[in-house]
Design a protein around this ligand. Structure first.
Ligand code: PRP
Length: 194
């Protein structure tokens, strides 16, 4: 069977991703001092590529990795053209518009145009287009999980831009060229993701 290279994101999705693959029979190998990027697994047909979250869609779209696990936020922001065969049922969070509690919302006084601070410029822009209410500015568009970060900074949620979770993504060509390995892995992941 063909070998599959899976891109995993460092950060909050890493441990739950590794846990799902372990349950699916592909336990990631020990990684010494953590500097190795390409890491084998207990399943000789599966190896992992550990990269920055924003790089997962890029590696999968280009075919440098056959599959990957990424967040819907990062995936939509990237605009990558990949398959999305499976929602992983973890990593739930939301991308929201937030403002200081005392700020008027959605309109700013004096017809001032709002400025938005965000790591998601495309999604923030798109949200303006689909929801005129989001007359963004002096606001942030950011990810919320527990809400602790917003609270700690005196910010309140005003609108949800996107519901997010972890999703399995696949390279379009790999899915065809390595169909047997792909279907086999998909079946194993579906079993541990429901
Ligand atoms: C995210 C996000 C918020 C925080 C929200 O950052 O940017 O800062 O988590 O989580 P909370 O609602 O549970 O407080 P993350 O920790 O992923 O790091 P990053 O800023 O490097 O993306």
């Amino acid at each position: 069977m063909s070998r599959l290279r899976i891109a995993l994101a460092k950060g909050r999705l890493f441990e739950p991703s590794v846990a799902r693959f372990r349950q699916a029979g592909a336990a990631i190998a020990e990684n010494g001092d953590g500097r190795k990027l390409l890491i084998g697994s207990s399943d000789p047909s599966i190896e992992f590529l550990v990269v920055k979250p924003a790089d997962v869609p890029v590696y999968v779209e280009s075919g440098a990795a056959d599959l990957g696990i990424t967040g819907t936020d990062v995936l939509r922001e990237s605009g990558a053209d990949v398959l999305e065969p499976l929602e992983m049922q973890f990593g739930f969070c939301r991308l929201v518009v937030a403002t200081p509690a005392a700020s008027p919302y959605p309109a700013l006084p004096g017809g001032v145009t709002a400025r938005v601070a965000t790591k998601y410029p495309r999604l923030a822009q798109a949200s303006v287009e689909v929801a005129p209410l989001l007359n963004l500015s002096h606001w942030i568009v950011d990810l919320v999980d527990t809400g602790n970060t917003l609270r700690a900074n005196g910010l309140v949620e005003r609108a949800t831009v996107l519901q997010c979770s972890a999703v399995l993504v696949a390279n379009r060509a790999s899915q065809k060229l390595k169909l047997d390995a792909y279907l086999d892995l998909m079946e194993r992941l579906e079993r541990v993701s429901s």
